[in-house]
Design a protein around this ligand. Structure first.
Ligand code: 5GP
Length: 186
């Protein structure tokens, strides 16, 4: 069996965070902790959900080549630490929560990475989720929704798509994909 990079992606608000949390809870999949310059949301812990840092430190790390990929979404930087991924892959499979463009960058760097795009049942469901999590302003919600069509248009470049309608069903499907990829011969 091989250790894999299992990338969960999809538009903002589709439920990537919840899914990644559920999949990494048992400890079999190690969550890739990204760096970000955005402020922590209530309940988020530094070093667990993200490594929170200011823009100066983030850009210094970017200049040092520490990120496998990084991007600016909605005014904040987000980046995947190369060293974190390389270290953790020695221990087990690694699960990443990335935006759609970041996921494709990881595939470019690691062609053997397995990319899944989570899809909303429909766009209205996505809007309702963003509104109800109360972590974005109406302006930020509009910005996030404006990107959705573009993000969905890239789904053909993903290895799998999974509709996140009933959370348990989507989780089950993701586990099946993970196990079949992990057991696949190289
Ligand atoms: P949030 O602010 O809701 O935690 O995340 C915003 C977006 O950034 C989400 O789509 C999330 O998947 C994405 N994201 C989180 N970490 C990274 C990363 O390291 N690189 C990239 N490109 N996107 C990330």
């Amino acid at each position: 069996m091989r250790n894999i990079l299992f990338v969960i992606s999809g538009p903002s608000g589709v439920g990537k965070g919840t899914m990644v949390e559920r999949l990494s809870k048992g400890g079999e999949l190690i969550f890739s902790v990204s760096c970000t310059t955005r402020a922590p949301r209530e309940g988020e812990i530094d070093g667990v959900h993200y490594f929170f840092m200011n823009e100066e430190e983030f850009l210094r790390r970017a200049r040092n080549g520490e990120f496998l990929e990084y991007d600016n979404h909605f005014g904040n930087y987000y980046g995947t630490l190369r060293s974190f991924i390389e270290e953790k892959l020695k221990e087990g499979s690694v699960i990443l929560d990335l935006d759609v463009v970041g996921a494709l960058s990881v595939k470019h760097a690691y062609p053997e990475a397995v990319l899944v795009m989570l899809l909303p049942p429909d766009k209205e469901a996505l809007k309702q989720r963003l509104i109800h999590r109360h972590s974005e302003t109406p302006h930020q919600i509009e910005n996030r929704l404006a990107r959705v069509d573009y993000e969905l248009s890239l789904q053909d470049q993903f290895d799998y798509t999974v509709v996140n309608d009933v959370v348990e069903d989507a989780e089950k499907r993701l586990r099946e994909i993970y196990l079949s990829e992990k057991n696949r011969a190289n």
